[in-house]
Ligand binder design. Structure first.
Ligand code: PSU
Ligand code: MN
Length: 304
């Protein structure tokens, strides 16, 4: 079974020694940002994880191998190929293994590979969720189903308003996923610190989050946790401005009939283009902030 899982030497050693490890996804590299910003950001995020005492494990599928821990060359390869690398979620993994192909892993697929490797803490920017209009499109991200079954804590900056945030929270409740606000009782909305919706629990320290994660993992009943870390105030965007831009992107997607796995990357790309890069800057800053928090949680978890 394990011959398709490839853990880098550094990550394998850290795990064997019980040292803190933080998983990082790769859809954000190939599909979430333009080259070369995507590669620079991916390497910087790894550095932030290191600076905060943990070992980064960037996750992707390369040549049919499920990889936990990428070299700089592999990150450069994924970033340069960009949209040519297919976006890989749970449904895609077996096919990519069999065909020996590459895949940029979503939150769902990254959680699976992190879990196979024995990593419990994962840092990303934004998760997939219940899309606006899901009542008829039934577009619910596989990320939410993964959070329901796979014991990995996902640190994010909340849910973008490309999604129906209220329905996303309802779905997570149904699926038994605890939504934790880091030092906040309100779910952040990615570019902004507020969404108008409450989290389930406000927790103020990485140590307490690690204790909850330990209990969750030790119960051994499956399922992950969502940790929402608000974007630092100095990088947060004006809510009306960004919501207006998101609405514009959504109506363009509707006009063009974009659906399925294409919709999220389409909207992310459109938003970046119509905000002239402002949102990309905020996006990068919130990922760095999440990396810092994830490393601290991983460190506390290693000491549990
Ligand atoms: N939302 C963001 N940024 C992202 C994504 C979502 O704000 O980069 C990416 C993540 O990789 C996430 C995926 O797992 O999109 C969700 O895609 P879908 O909605 O098709 O499940
Ligand atoms: Mn979808």
């Amino acid at each position: 079974m394990k011959n398709f899982l490839e853990i880098s030497q550094e990550v394998a050693e850290a795990l064997a020694q019980g040292k803190p490890v933080v998983a990082l996804e790769s859809t954000i590299i190939s599909h979430g940002m333009p080259y070369p910003k995507n590669v620079q950001t991916a390497l910087e995020v790894e550095q932030v994880v290191r600076d905060n005492g943990a070992v980064p494990a960037t996750i992707a599928v390369i040549g049919g191998k499920l990889k936990a821990g990428l070299s700089h060359d592999e990150i450069e390869y994924l970033g340069k190929k960009g949209l040519e690398v297919s976006k890989a979620s749970r449904r895609d993994l077996a096919v990519l293994i069999a065909k020996k192909q590459d895949g940029a892993t979503t939150v769902a697929a990254t959680m699976i590979i992190a879990h196979l490797a024995g990593i419990h803490v994962f840092c990303t920017g934004g998760i997939g969720g219940v899309h606006r209009g899901a009542q008829t499109s039934m577009d619910v991200s596989a990320d939410l189903e993964e959070l329901a079954v796979t014991p990995v804590a996902v640190v994010c900056a909340g849910a973008k308003s490309i999604l129906d945030i209220g329905l996303t929270l309802e779905y997570l409740e149904t699926k038994g996923v605890p939504v934790i606000g880091y030092q906040t009782s309100e779910l952040p909305a990615f570019y902004t610190r507020k969404s108008g919706f409450n989290v389930d629990y406000k927790i103020d320290t990485p140590g307490e989050i690690a204790t909850i994660l330990k209990a969750k993992v030790d119960m051994n009943v499956g399922g992950g946790m969502l940790i929402a870390n608000p974007i630092p105030v100095e990088y947060s965007m004006d809510k009306e401005y960004i919501d207006g831009m998101i609405d514009k992107a959504i109506s363009e997607a509707e006009d063009k009939g974009v659906k399925g796995k294409e919709i999220t990357p389409f909207l992310l790309d459109k938003i970046q283009k119509i905000t002239g890069g402002n949102s990309l800057f905020s996006n990068i800053q919130l990922v760095m902030s999440n990396a810092q928090l994830a490393a601290k949680i991983a460190e506390a978890y290693a000491n549990e």
